[in-house]
Write a protein that binds this ligand. Structure first.
Ligand SMILES: NC(=O)c1ccc[n+]([C@@H]2O[C@H](COP(=O)([O-])OP(=O)(O)OC[C@H]3O[C@@H](n4cnc5c(N)ncnc54)[C@H](O)[C@@H]3O)[C@@H](O)[C@H]2O)c1
Ligand SMILES: [Zn+2]
Length: 352
């Protein structure tokens, strides 16, 4: 086992993100080294549990933990109030205390649900992220946003709650379906697009290892989160491409995966920025090249009116204004507050 990368995140109580091969075998050792002990609740989905829960469980037992597991069906539908309550009841039935630890083993669905459950269990149990998708590795496992979905929409109940540590075992990507890898790459490309032109160049070449790619994304995310843990300003940059993405996900009844929707959203906003004379063509060229390379879509299948209507219902739309991340060049962007008329104009330009 070699730890290839380590990044510190100074949000909440500072914690480290380790990225490398074979790290799941070290889960127990890492937890113990941080002073965690007692009971461990591994939360995972059926796909991931079948592949990796034994490994994590064995490692935790070896480190002296009493290990329990709770497995949910895979898919967004599991980020539900029902599963949240079921996990809390399970922890209570098994006499978990606040000093015990919840381990999220899986993608963003498991991470968001497990993190939220940990945040409310006895007003806050310990929580560890073990991301097994590229999307979770570069985005959802770092930064402390946790959530479940409500009937009215995605992520409508949640908490800011930072993990004790994050272990990203890149060996788990060996079993990740190609489509899921591509979805994660959409978020990777997002980081380059909003703030890191050099990273875009690296991504167009073929000689970078996945650990370095994840580490660069985590470094960017850590910096943004450290500047704005509670999403009042700087953190909005992480929403690059996401306004239209949320509309696409919603209009497809969540059959379009998040990463694919983000790919479309990034293309739409970049086209709009160019049409408004705010962005260089080069930014769109490199974006499309990367989206093609990672087999991601970039044409929006929906019309202006439907995208606009759904966007108005977005929870980030506050007091008649919505903040958009507008690219201004390769690896550069600005935040722009728009009223509804401006928003409609921008969507119209992006969908032309
Ligand atoms: N909290 C945040 O900051 C944040 C950020 C971005 C996204 N999210 C959330 O993340 C969720 C999406 O996460 P996701 O894309 O990881 O999806 P996911 O958790 O649904 O995982 C995708 C699929 O891959 C399977 N899988 C996971 N790891 C695997 C592996 N190693 N091998 C084989 N199969 C594996 C899962 O079982 C699932 O079917 C959404 O709910 C989104 O809202 C949260
Ligand atoms: Zn996203």
């Amino acid at each position: 086992m070699t730890v290839t990368k380590r990044i510190e995140v100074n949000a909440g109580k500072p914690y480290s993100v380790k990225i490398g091969k074979g790290l799941l075998d070290k889960t127990g050792e890492e937890a113990k080294a941080l002073g965690l002990d007692g009971k461990a609740l591994i939360i995972s989905d059926d796909n991931v549990a079948a592949l990796y829960i034994e490994k994590v469980s064995a490692s935790l037992k070896e480190a002296g933990f009493e290990v329990f597991s709770f497995v949910i069906p895979h898919g967004e539908g599991s980020k539900s109030a029902e599963n949240l309550i079921a996990i809390l009841e399970f922890a209570a039935e098994n006499s978990f205390s606040r000093t015990d630890t919840f381990f999220a083993l899986g993608g963003g669905v498991v991470g968001d649900l497990c993190g939220f459950a940990a945040s409310v269990y006895m007003r806050g149990a310990n929580f560890v992220q073990l991301p097994t998708t590229l999307l979770a590795a570069v985005d959802s496992s770092v930064g402390g946003k946790t959530a479940i979905d409500l009937q009215a929409g995605k992520n409508l109940a949640g908490a800011f709650y930072q993990p004790k540590f994050v272990l990203c075992d890149t060996d788990t990507f060996d079993t990740l379906p190609d489509e899921e890898f591509s979805n994660g790459m959409a978020e990777v490309i997002k980081y380059g697009m909003f703030c890191d032109g050099e990273f875009l160049d690296i991504l167009t070449e073929n000689n970078t290892d996945i650990e370095s790619i994840i580490a660069r994304c985590v470094q960017i995310k850590a910096k943004v989160v450290e500047a704005d843990e509670f999403d009042k300003g700087e953190r909005m940059f992480l929403n690059f491409g996401h306004t239209v993405a949320h509309a696409v996900e919603n209009l497809s009844s969540y059959t379009t995966p998040h990463g694919s929707a983000v790919a479309i959203g990034m293309a739409v906003i970049t086209k709009a920025a160019i049409a408004m004379g705010k962005c260089e063509n080069e930014a769109l060229e490199i974006l499309i090249e990367l989206l093609k390379k990672y087999k991601l879509p970039f044409e929006c299948p929906y019309g202006v009116d439907e995208v606009f209507e759904v966007t108005l219902k977005d929870k980030k739309n506050a007091h008649g204004k919505i903040t958009l991340v507008i690219p201004t060049g390769k690896g550069e962007s600005v935040l722009q507050k728009c009223d509804y008329n401006e928003l409609k104009e921008i969507i119209t330009l992006g969908l032309k």
